[in-house]
Design a binder for this molecule. Structure first.
Ligand SMILES: CC(=O)SCCNC(=O)CCNC(=O)[C@H](O)C(C)(C)COP(=O)(O)OP(=O)(O)OC[C@H]1O[C@@H](n2cnc3c(N)ncnc32)[C@H](O)[C@@H]1OP(=O)(O)O
Ligand SMILES: O=C([O-])CC(=O)C(=O)O
Length: 371
């Protein structure tokens, strides 16, 4: 028995939710490039959960169901107000609030298909209400209630800022949600599947997944990309900063990937969006700095940008606080986690691999008084 570090290359399950084959990402066989161009996030949610694109009536029904579940119980809001607001990261707040949502759901432990479907809708609808409510509460403002007439993407920006967003922002945010929705057996999705494979409930599965997404080697990288851009400050500082970091073996956030060695197919869409949005906001430097970092890291290390790199300047241009970048990832990835959780339940077996033991053997127990 010998271990593979980080389970690299290990095929741990079958799945029909999404695939990465020869560097091409598909959701249920639909190329991410087509979905990024044409699909609404709601359509992608339907696709991930049902394995096919919705007909008009089905999309309308899903949109209405998401809207009807979007308000969170008042108790969840009241508890958020009691969090140590000035000390906590929104990902920690989200992890806790999603777990608390489970306390308010009388069906939490009902694993029937019908109850799981309702919980899926509630979680997908409520995750962005929680993120935006937390963001406002910590600023001393009241949360803004979701609106039934707005799309999922528009509702996020509306609840965050309290005013109706413009079309360019909504389209950009929708595309970002589509691009982040699922990604085969990434660390947070694997975490969710391991959790529910014990026949634990959906709330436990997605709470565990949020914990895994939070780390800087996974979803937490996008916030750190923006921190790096802010620290560098301007294009002329890019080269000395990056060369110094690389020579000190500091990892450049937003580069490299366990699976993609020839580039992440989502990055080009975000790069284009970054160019467009930073031009509109009159702050092209964030795009220009990103491109320069990209050139240096690729030529020096052969590393290419992943989904987290250009998304940083995209979200910044949408006027979103930097520590909300990873919660936004969670809002989108909720759809993928749920699809994988439902797939896991439908063909479940406990996930329990082995460890190769490398510790000492045949130790003699010595009473504490003689140690
Ligand atoms: C949505 C997502 O989760 S996408 C990933 C988001 N995470 C990041 O952007 C964080 C930065 N990137 C990384 O840490 C890595 O590339 C990962 C975690 C994404 C993939 O990691 P792995 O497949 O385990 O590669 P690993 O970390 O072993 O790196 C292999 C080599 O490339 C180097 N390397 C990998 N990524 C980077 C990077 N971003 N900057 C500098 N060097 C890097 C490593 O230092 C290592 O070098 P060595 O062999 O000389 O020690
Ligand atoms: O697949 C991974 O390892 C990480 C990733 O890009 C994602 O979750 O979107």
């Amino acid at each position: 028995m010998s271990a593979t570090r980080g389970l690299e290359g290990v095929v741990a399950t079958t799945s029909s939710v999404s695939s990465i084959i020869d560097g091409v990402l598909t959701y249920h066989g639909f190329n991410i490039d087509d979905l990024a161009h044409y699909a609404s996030f709601e359509e992608v949610v339907f696709l991930l959960w049902n394995g096919r694109l919705p007909k008009e009536q089905e999309l309308k029904q899903l949109t209405e169901e998401l809207a009807s579940y979007a308000e969170v119980p008042q108790g969840v809001i009241e508890q958020m107000k009691m969090y140590p607001l000035d000390k906590i990261h929104p990902m920690a707040a989200l992890r806790t609030a999603i777990s608390i949502l489970g306390l308010y759901d009388t069906e939490a432990d009902d694993l029937s298909e019908a109850a799981n479907r309702r919980k899926a809708l509630k979680l997908q609808a409520q995750v962005q209400t929680v993120v935006t409510a937390f963001s406002r509460i910590r600023e001393g403002k009241e949360p803004v209630a979701p609106r039934k007439d707005l799309s999922f993407a528009a509702n996020f920006l509306y609840m965050l800022k309290g005013e109706e967003p413009d079309e360019i922002s909504v389209n950009a945010f929708n595309k970002a949600l589509v691009l982040h929705a699922d990604h085969e057996l990434n660390a947070s999705t694997f975490t969710a599947r391991v959790c529910v494979a014990t026949l634990s409930d959906i709330y436990s599965g997605v709470t565990a997944a949020i914990g895994a997404l939070k780390g800087p080697l996974h979803g937490g990288a996008n916030e750190r990309v923006m921190a790096m851009l802010m620290e560098i400050g301007e294009v002329n500082n890019v080269e000395p900063y990056i060369m110094n970091a690389l020579s000190n073996k500091v990892k450049i956030m937003g580069f490299g990937h366990r699976v993609y060695k020839d580039g992440d197919p989502r990055a080009k869409h975000l790069k284009e969006m970054s160019k467009q949005l930073t031009t509109i906001t009159g702050e092209p430097k964030w795009y220009e700095m990103s491109v320069k970092i990209n050139e240096i890291v690729t030529s020096e290390k052969g590393l290419l940008p992943n989904v987290d790199f250009y998304s940083a300047s995209v979200y910044h241009s949408l006027g979103i606080k930097h520590d909300l970048f990873t919660p936004i990832f969670a809002i989108s990835r909720m759809s993928g986690w749920i699809a994988h959780i439902l797939e896991q339940y439908s063909n479940n077996r406990l996930i329990r691999p082995r460890a190769e033991y490398v510790g000492p053997e045949k130790q003699e127990y010595i009473p504490i008084s003689q140690r």
